[in-house]
Design a protein around this ligand. Structure first.
Ligand code: NAD
Length: 269
């Protein structure tokens, strides 16, 4: 109908890299970004899962085949691999407008101040924090070359635990996410005049394998739910919708913020 013809994809003409695209928030974001017209580079350390999201996109939006999505294998904790991922994107699609640095891990074992060890700490920091830094570094370099439109949008996945202490200890994870928020703010300030917007997304607790593996008893799950005003765990697609807003020009005046999509968790006492 004429109405549908008038609705432009919210990411029409944009090229987007999404890391951790094989599962959870990244998976739903890849599908949503593609639905809105973006060319999506679905990047994950697990290539098979990245290929699965590409298949899903092709199946759901066959008319968008010209804007072909691609699966890409990357370990975000390896600088050289992140650099190559951005180079690949530029070579293949000519530009980069959006990067969603979303890949992250949470060590499944209790990780408190006394029992955590250096291996867990370093692994968590290398993926959750350094991985975000590398993504920003090479994306900014690429986005500086964009002219029409100028700049780009960077979204970094943090967490509500970056804003408040978690009841179940996960020290390295919490520290990494707090640092993602701080890094994103500073980059936002530094690059605002270049129209490179940098925001962090702070999801609340979601019904994804990452969290459900961690909250592996009813007692642990219920302890979280007590503090969750909305009374349920979130769905990954609810994060993807927020990421889409930050990725699109609808958020053109939003930079340096941490968008809490947390069912009211951080508002509760
Ligand atoms: P998920 O485990 O479902 O997906 C994470 C994806 O990242 C996986 O596909 C995995 O293969 C990939 N990945 C892991 N290490 C990687 C690496 N080194 N390089 C590239 N890819 C890698 O998790 P999710 O819940 O969708 O989490 C996505 C992000 O959201 C993470 O940063 C996580 O910390 C954050 N987060 C999740 C929750 C939650 O409750 N699930 C809450 C707050 C924040």
């Amino acid at each position: 109908s004429s109405v549908i013809k008038d609705i432009k994809g919210r990411l029409d003409g944009k090229v987007a890299i999404i890391t951790g695209a094989g599962s959870g928030i990244g998976f739903e974001s890849a599908v949503l970004f593609a639905r809105e017209g973006a060319i999506v580079v679905a990047a994950d350390i697990n290539l098979k899962s990245a290929e699965a999201v590409v298949e899903r996109i092709k199946e759901k939006f066959p008319l968008n085949v010209l804007k072909r999505p691609v699966a890409y294998k990357v370990d975000v904790s390896k600088e050289e691999e992140v650099k190559k991922m951005v180079e690949f994107t530029l070579k293949e699609f000519g530009k980069l407008n959006i990067i969603f640095n979303n890949a992250g891990i949470m060590h499944p074992h209790d990780d408190n101040c006394l029992n955590t060890d250096e291996k867990v700490w370093d692994l968590t920091m290398n993926i959750n924090l350094k991985g975000v830094w590398y993504g920003c570094k090479y994306a900014i370099e690429a986005m500086r070359k964009n002219t029409d439109p100028k700049g780009g949008s960077i979204i970094n996945t943090a967490s509500f635990v970056g804003l408040m202490g978690a009841a179940t200890p996960q020290l390295a994870y919490t520290a990494s996410k707090g640092a993602v928020i701080a890094l994103s703010r500073e980059l936002a300030v530094t690059h605002a005049r270049e129209n490179i917007r940098v925001n962090s997304l702070c999801p609340g607790p979601l019904r994804t394998p990452l969290l459900m593996d961690f909250l592996n008893t009813d007692e642990k799950k219920n302890r979280r739910l007590v503090h969750l005003p909305i009374g349920r765990f979130g769905e990954p697609v609810e994060q993807a919708q927020a990421a889409l807003f930050l990725a699109s020009d609808e958020s053109s005046y939003v930079t340096g913020t941490e968008l809490k999509v947390d069912g009211g968790l951080t508002a509760a006492y």
